[in-house]
Design a protein around this ligand. Structure first.
Ligand code: FES
Length: 170
C-alpha cells in the first residue's frame, strides 16, 4: 500500500526551490498550511518522500509549534482570545462554554465541519474583553449565554433558518 499523494504543482515548485536549503522545513510546512488551511496527513507522507526526511521529523515540527494545524478547520473558525485582558475577564470560561455547546475541545472541529476552535493571543480589542473572533468577525463582552446565542445564530444560518445574511457583530 502506498500513501503517496501528488503534491499540487504550485506547492511542488516552492518545495523544489527550498528543499535543499538547511532549516527550510518550517517554511515548507507553512506553505503547505497556507495552501490547504492546515497540514493534511496525506501530504506529510508525500513531503517526507520529497524531502528525503523521516516522517517523524515532520511530525516533530508540526506538534512542537502550535501554529501548525493538522486538522481541517471548520467553516466557521472560532478563535477565543486568551490574552491577558481577556483571560482576566473569564476567557477560560468562554472556551469551556464553546467546548460544551459544540462537544469539541480546543484545536478540534465539529464532526459536521461547521466549527473549529482555537485560542489566540490579543486580537486588539482589549476594551471589550473577553472576546472571540469567528472568521473575521469580532464578538466582545462575552458571557456564556451570549456565546450560546451567537453560536445558535451560525447554526441557524447554516440550516437556512435565519433570515439575515450574517449574524450581527457586537
Ligand atoms: S487581550 Fe484579548 S483582545 Fe487584547
Amino acid at each position: 500500500m502506498t500513501f503517496y499523494t501528488p503534491i499540487p504543482d504550485e506547492l511542488k515548485e516552492y518545495i523544489d526551490k527550498w528543499k535543499l536549503k538547511k532549516g527550510s522545513l518550517i517554511m515548507i510546512l507553512r506553505s503547505v498550511q497556507d495552501y490547504y488551511g492546515y497540514v493534511p496527513k496525506k501530504i506529510c507522507f508525500s513531503l517526507a518522500k520529497e524531502l528525503k526526511a523521516p516522517l517523524a521529523r515532520i511530525y516533530e515540527v508540526l506538534t512542537f509549534y502550535n501554529y501548525f494545524k493538522t486538522e481541517s478547520p471548520g467553516k466557521y473558525k472560532i478563535a477565543v482570545c486568551m490574552g491577558t485582558a481577556c483571560y482576566l475577564k473569564g476567557a477560560a470560561a468562554i472556551i469551556k462554554a464553546i467546548e460544551d455547546k459544540l462537544d469539541i475541545k480546543e484545536s478540534q472541529a465539529t464532526k459536521d465541519g461547521l466549527f473549529s476552535l482555537e485560542n489566540v493571543r490579543c486580537i486588539g480589542c482589549c476594551g471589550i474583553a473577553p472576546n472571540m473572533r469567528i472568521n473575521e468577525k469580532i464578538y466582545g463582552k462575552l458571557n456564556k449565554e451570549r456565546v450560546s446565542e451567537i453560536l445558535d445564530e451560525y447554526i441557524n444560518l447554516n440550516a437556512g433558518v435565519s433570515s439575515s445574511q450574517e449574524p450581527p457583530i457586537l
